[in-house]
Ligand binder design. Structure first.
Ligand SMILES: [Zn+2]
Ligand SMILES: [Zn+2]
Length: 256
């Protein structure tokens, strides 16, 4: 429900529809993104259910009352701790998914979208979505986590995942892995593997800072920039995937 409601709202209210005329936008892309997400979400849910069940049956370190926290300030500290822990795990899992022996079988499904829309946010191979979701469920087996905080963080993660795919480059903040950083991951493939922060990419030498021009719509959405992006991206795709099996939307380009 979060995916459908908020990806739809993001598409209607935030996503720049002009992106659909980009030379790297696929034929029927939004439909394909939805189909991929719909096929994967039930499988991801079934795979995640055992660990989630263990969590809610009390095998983890979920707690109810705020005074059950190790110290009072842990009730606040758990939020940044959760984000940093999961960001670190996702960085390495995501980087591992780009290993040439795994990439084409599992993670390639999410890289079909070179110019993603908010509907690409959950459009993964089911094992990919499961693997990248694991850190959220491992966290409460290692660290205490308040139950309402757990639900709030779950909703936040899903919002964030939609937001980094909406093409609206809100922040130039060098610490935050926002939509600008993640859109570079979709065009350059082997940079910006992080989810929330740029820290682990900087540490792992994979950080690619978004150029200042990306925050100026006139430049970013210009034909000149698009042709440059498309050429660079075609080279990257050839290098990583060999041949390109995507079908681009030729009709949209002509109308622009
Ligand atoms: Zn993505
Ligand atoms: Zn990736």
């Amino acid at each position: 429900m979060i995916y459908f409601v908020f990806a739809s709202l993001s598409y209607w209210l935030i996503f720049d529809k002009q992106t659909q005329n980009h030379p790297k936008f696929l034929k029927n892309q939004i439909w394909l993104e939805m189909v991929q997400a719909n096929k994967s979400l039930p499988v991801m849910a079934v795979l995640t259910a055992p660990i989630f069940l263990a969590e809610v049956r009390g095998y983890g370190r979920l707690y109810d009352r705020f005074d059950e926290a190790p110290t009072w300030w842990y009730n606040f500290f758990q939020f940044p701790l959760f984000l940093v822990f999961t960001d670190c795990c996702i960085y390495w899992i995501h980087r591992g998914l780009h290993h040439p022996s795994i990439y084409k079988y599992i993670h390639k499904a999410h890289h079909k979208w070179i110019m993603p829309t908010p509907f690409a946010s959950h459009a993964f191979h089911p094992l990919d979505g499961y693997a990248q979701g694991l850190p959220y469920h491992i966290f409460p087996f290692i660290f205490p986590l308040q139950k309402i905080a757990s639900v709030a963080l779950f909703v936040f993660i899903n919002f964030w995942t939609i937001m980094i795919h909406d093409g609206e480059y809100v922040t130039e903040n060098p610490i935050v892995n926002g939509a600008a950083c993640h859109s570079l991951h979709h065009t350059k493939f082997q940079v910006n593997y992080g989810q929330f922060f740029t820290f682990f990419d900087r540490l792992g030498g994979t950080y690619h800072r978004p150029e200042a021009s990306m925050f100026e719509r006139e430049i970013r959405m210009s034909q000149k920039q698009w042709q440059k992006d498309a050429k660079e991206c075609a080279d990257v795709v050839r290098e990583i995937e060999g041949s390109d099996d995507r079908t681009y939307d030729e009709s949209a380009k002509k109308t622009n």
